[in-house]
Design a protein around this ligand. Structure first.
Ligand code: URA
Length: 444
């Protein structure tokens, strides 16, 4: 393999074979190909793109750069969900125990929050004692015993992606659909799944803000999943306001537990039931997504989903007493109230900047080594379309950090728009992407 010829071939828009990509990427993992040649290759992909077949081969090479977990001893079709991430996106915490309670095993390897988006691992780690750094053997044992597992990526999973992702971050090559698709799918396919449901977010708080780009990413992800022999269904869902009412770590766990115990949280549970319904359908426990949604609803109303969550917390070392009695959790030093500057209707949120503000409160990281304060976060009292009076509470902030300069509450109030008329209602689940392409989501 001649690295210069390999890079030149991609630079001139030609298609690379699986063998060529395997030889180049393997040499990168062992250090024979240096960062500067990989950077040039990544930039060539950024500009020249990859065909669908090439993207699938690229994903396969990344997947096999590490270990693929064997869950064949766990009975049933194993199904996971992946979300491209957003603000207040706590769906996995509710969905995984709910789907497991319907009899579909859920192996889930999640990530940490970075930038303005939150991460499932940080939320779980806000539960005192909860361990997410499971070895592959522990991961296999937990899913065999409880029917679900929520863990972090180990060194053995897709090591090529770990090294390339860090390089992409500093070479302006993150925003490439084949590179994103290969990165996400190589990690998901290593989990030992039989099928996958994808939630590609779109809107002001999403990684991909434009609807057309989100559909393109969803289609690329679904096509790779199917090319790799896994049934895959994608949804494009709106992320133009925080999902649910809590943004942070512990406060999102509390909101998830309330939903698992039957609290009504319309937008959050709409997304959770649709994704869960698709998982139960792909897991063979329902004959349609709609029937899967009804199965999920009964798992919540019967209390089985909540019991499954408690079981998971105990098995992964967490102190379940905090879940049963959230009031005993330590409180933040400051809790300023954000009051409405005007009367009218909530017309919009600058969701990305709300995620950034939550990070500054201590709920997220500015760089990978930063510590997180699990208590930090925001509790919203209003959603888009709600009416509010001047002086009424818009949100409550929780933080140990005093604001430097402009008070926290003033900064948050400036990110919420209020107008005289209610905004037009728009659907939350925009489209479904399956083997036949993208179409508007009409189920409910
Ligand atoms: N998430 C990933 O895991 N990889 C990407 O490239 C982008 C988002």
């Amino acid at each position: 393999m001649n690295p210069v010829e390999f890079i030149r071939k991609k630079r001139s828009g030609q298609t690379l074979s699986r063998k060529e990509m395997h030889d180049f990427i393997s040499a990168y993992v062992t250090g024979e190909v240096p960062d500067y040649q990989m950077s040039a290759f990544l930039m060539a992909v950024y500009f020249s793109g990859m065909s669908r077949e090439e993207t699938a081969a690229f994903t396969d090479v990344m997947l096999h750069s590490g270990r693929v977990i064997d869950l064949s001893s766990v009975p049933g079709r194993k199904v996971d969900k992946h979300s491209t991430g957003g603000v207040g996106d706590k769906v996995s915490l509710i969905l995984a125990p709910m789907v497991a309670a319907c009899g579909v095993p859920v192996p889930m390897i999640s990530g940490r929050g970075l930038g303005h988006t939150g991460g499932t691992l940080d939320k779980l780690e806000s539960i005192p004692g909860f361990r997410t750094n499971l070895s592959i053997e522990e991961y296999q044992r937990v899913i065999s015993e409880t029917g679900l597992v929520l863990s972090g990526q180990t060194e053995e999973i897709a090591p090529a992606d770990r090294k390339m992702y860090a390089l992409r971050d500093v070479t302006a090559t993150i925003e490439s659909i084949p590179l994103i698709a290969g990165s996400i799918m190589s990690k998901k396919l290593a989990e030992g799944i039989d099928a996958l449901v994808l939630d590609v977010k779109t809107g002001s708080g999403a990684f991909m803000q434009r609807y057309e780009e989100s559909v393109e990413l969803a289609s690329a992800l679904v096509s790779i999943g199917r090319a790799m022999g896994k049934e895959t269904i994608g949804f494009v869902t709106r992320m133009n306001e925080p999902l649910g009412t809590a943004v942070g770590n512990w406060c999102e766990v509390v909101e998830s537990v309330e939903c698992l115990r039957g609290k009504k949280c319309p937008d959050l549970m709409e997304v959770t039931y649709v994704l869960g319904g698709a998982m139960v359908f792909l897991g063979g426990k329902a004959s349609s997504i709609e029937e899967g949604m009804r199965t999920c609803e009964s798992a919540v109303w019967s209390g089985r989903a909540y019991e499954k969550f408690l079981e998971l917390v105990r098995v992964q070392g967490g102190e379940a007493s905090y879940i049963e009695n959230p009031g005993k959790y330590p409180k933040a030093a400051f809790s300023p109230r954000v009051e409405s500057p005007a009367s009218g209707y909530i017309t919009g949120f600058d969701t990305r900047l709300i995620g950034v503000l939550a990070t500054e409160l201590g709920a997220g990281r500015m760089s990978v080594d930063d510590d997180i304060d699990p208590k930090a976060g925001i509790l919203f009292k209003k959603k888009i379309g709600d009416h509010i009076e001047k002086g009424e509470t818009l949100a409550m902030i929780q933080t140990d950090r005093p604001s430097r300069g402009r008070p926290w509450e003033e900064r948050l109030a400036a990110l919420i728009s209020i107008g005289p008329e209610p905004p037009e209602r728009t659907p939350l689940i925009l489209s479904i992407v399956d083997g036949e392409g993208a179409k508007p989501w009409g189920g409910s």
